[in-house]
Ligand binder design. Structure first.
Ligand SMILES: [Mg+2]
Length: 259
């Protein structure tokens, strides 16, 4: 079995499901850390800051350095800073994206006149929030969304993701957003560049074929699909480009590694 240097884990549906831990993933992460390998965490969740993601992981018995946490919030803020320098930016979303926008120094505005509209999930949103989003885009703002996930798993339900909300704004305005989170390979690219990994050193591990696995495929690295979240093993295997490996969970993968 191949050994990698960079194990990039999706979070929701891979390491935990809402408030429930996925023990097999945590056990595998502890095994990696015992081998001296610090995993990476690559999440489309834009609602949390890096510090908040660290806290969440700590509650599930995982110690993760801030340097190894990549969120769509930080990647989106960096993308806007790079592609729209000096632009006025209206942000919809929670702490994660707001904090990231401030950290990279975006010029934030409150009104519906802005050069760029950044959309992250807002779980307190009202009709007015969505109406203002639609107004801003109709006023000509470039439309950038943190991630296109239609849904995410939380305990026994799926809940609406940012992709559902962004599609609503798209339906009203006729403008398709630029999405930054997985399946875009932007976060994996940042890891490779920052830590100097070759693509052959890296593997992306996730439950969602259309985000996690596709981001790995688009970046050109190996992928491991786990059957603990959105996409079933059968559905992932049936894709035109299936994942490199399909396992029930990461402890099954650990057993295969021993063979
Ligand atoms: Mg997931």
């Amino acid at each position: 079995m191949k050994q990698y240097k960079a194990y990039c884990f999706d979070l929701d549906g891979t390491v935990y499901k809402g408030k429930d831990v996925i023990d097999t993933a945590v056990a595998y992460i502890h095994m990696l850390q015992a081998r001296g390998i610090e995993p990476f965490y690559v999440t489309n969740n834009s609602s949390k800051t890096t510090a908040q993601i660290q806290e969440t992981l700590r509650a599930f018995r995982i110690e993760a350095p801030a340097t190894h946490i990549y969120s769509s919030a930080m990647a989106t803020a960096q993308y806007v800073k790079h592609h729209y320098p000096n632009a006025s930016v209206r942000v919809m979303g929670e702490d994660g994206i707001r904090n990231a926008a401030q950290t990279v120094g975006l010029q934030l505005v409150d009104g519906v006149e802005a050069d760029v509209f950044v959309m992250g999930i807002d779980r307190q949103l009202t009709y007015t929030t969505l109406a203002d989003a639609c107004k801003t885009v109709q006023n000509g703002a470039a439309f950038v969304a943190t991630n296109e996930d239609v849904k995410f798993p939380a305990e026994q339900y799926f809940l609406p993701g940012n992709g559902s909300l962004a599609r609503l704004v798209q339906g009203v305005t006729g403008v398709e957003p630029t999405y930054i989170g997985k399946p875009s390979p932007v976060m994996l690219e940042l890891i490779a560049e920052t830590f100097g990994y070759d693509k052959s050193d890296m593997v992306m591990i996730g439950d969602n074929y259309d985000t996690d696995i596709l981001s790995g495929i688009r970046f050109g690295i190996d992928t491991i699909h786990v059957n603990t979240g959105v996409t079933s093993t059968e559905a992932a295997y049936a894709k035109e480009q299936p994942p490199t490996m399909l396992v029930e969970n990461m402890m099954v993968y650990a057993e295969l590694e021993k063979e």
